[in-house]
Design a protein around this ligand. Structure first.
Ligand code: UD1
Length: 364
């Protein structure tokens, strides 16, 4: 059996790494790794291959950046050629980035079965491109692996037959648990002059937060105020730094000595930064889950989340996209007691094992 697994953007790498590792136990399955090239900087891509020990991709599509249509169509045209050439029995995609949508639709149109890892998540907010990617990918997938029970319910409501849905747990936790010990020896805290559980970690890259000059300025000023209470470390996504420079906001950030803007961190350093933070402020999907797994307080700068289990069971709190909420909510965490939380079922490091068993049975 020939299987193609697809990666494209940063959040895909920690989901595909455990799958590649587990698939090695199945000699009857040949796993061909395709990188779309959606993310291409060393710090957004290659560092994850090294640290997560992902095999070198067999094929890189070197997709174009730019508008969603340009990026998606370029991946589709190039991926179609790969599928016609390799003729795999199955394509495995993960998450909700443009590469996920592009490759699942291309495979489905060639009648090649698609398996989707992290199916069924819904924010019910179609202004986010990821929501469209999730809905389209799930609608063309033949095997749908979910991280939590609410995802199963969402899929059933959309008419996906029950036999296609498998609640296998959160594969990102396989990467997290596998690398926690390694992260323990990371020297990132001493390198950045940070003390254990005495800093606020920030990541922001959603268009709703960073594409508007006034909004981004208010966020930086709020982070500056937080940095007078606790040091703030902000590993910065290419979209965000590009906008800070474009809007002339680097001087605004530089006014606050305890607000450190730095380059995007690799997986191991970032895991260390998250696991030792006093609190995390983010608009990422994956980080809402990682903080829940690590029991670190998380404030999410969004109006909704496709990962409600991180709020109902985990450490996450949605504080909307209003920058005025940042300072009071951070103060509440710094002065208050931590929220009681639990780790959701099947976030246990064994998801890849469950997925591969199902994939193997599907074809034998
Ligand atoms: C993408 C995903 C988002 C995910 C995020 C994680 C979509 C629709 N969005 O958003 O869901 O949370 O990745 O990082 O798929 N760039 C670089 N170097 C890189 C990658 C990007 O400089 O290695 C710059 C390019 O100018 C690019 C821009 O960042 O045009 C945005 O990248 P893109 O992949 O389009 O979207 P992200 O904002 O990264």
């Amino acid at each position: 059996m020939k299987l193609i697994s697809v990666v494209g953007a940063r959040p895909n790498f920690m989901k595909i790494a455990p799958l590649c590792r587990e698939l090695k136990k199945y000699p009857s399955i040949k796993n061909i790794l395709v990188h779309t090239g959606q993310h291409y900087d060393f710090k957004m891509s290659q560092v994850f291959f090294q640290e997560l020990e992902i095999p070198r991709p067999h094929i890189n599509l070197n997709a174009a950046s730019g508008s969603h249509a340009r990026q998606t169509s370029d991946i589709m045209i190039k991926f179609e050629k790969v599928l016609l050439d390799i003729k795999p029995s199955l394509v495995v995609v993960a998450g909700d980035v443009n590469s996920t949508l592009a490759c699942s639709v291309t495979a489905a149109k060639l009648l090649i079965p698609v398996a989707h890892i992290e199916a069924g998540l819904r924010s019910f907010d179609r202004s986010m491109p990821e929501e469209i990617n999730r809905i389209v990918t799930d609608s063309v997938s033949d095997v749908l692996f979910t991280t939590c029970r609410d995802a199963n319910a969402n899929l059933l409501k959309e008419g996906i037959p029950i036999h296609k849905i498998h609640f296998t747990g959160n594969i990102m936790m396989d990467s997290l648990l596998h690398n926690l010990k390694k992260a323990g020896s990371s020297k990132i805290l001493s390198k950045m002059g940070l003390k254990n559980h005495n800093y606020c970690l920030v990541t922001l890259h959603r268009p709703a937060n960073v594409d508007n000059a006034k909004n981004l300025k208010s966020i930086l000023l709020a982070l500056g105020s937080v940095s007078s209470l606790v040091p703030v470390v902000f590993p910065i996504h290419p979209r965000t730094i590009h906008n800070i420079n474009k809007f002339g906001l680097s001087k605004t950030a530089a006014k606050f000595p305890a607000l450190s803007l730095c380059e995007p961190a690799g997986y191991i350093d970032f895991l260390k930064l998250t696991s030792c933070a006093r609190l995390v402020l983010t608009d990422s999907g994956g980080i809402q889950e990682e903080t829940t797994a690590l029991k670190i307080p998380c404030l999410t700068l969004r109006d909704n989340t496709e990962r409600p289990v991180t709020v109902t069971m985990g450490t996450n709190k949605l504080i909307s996209t209003n920058p005025a909420r940042i300072v009071p909510e951070c103060v509440k965490i710094l002065q208050g007691r931590p929220k009681k939380s639990r780790i959701p079922p099947k976030w246990d490091g064994k998801t890849a094992e469950r997925i591969c068993k199902i994939l193997h049975e599907f074809y034998s």
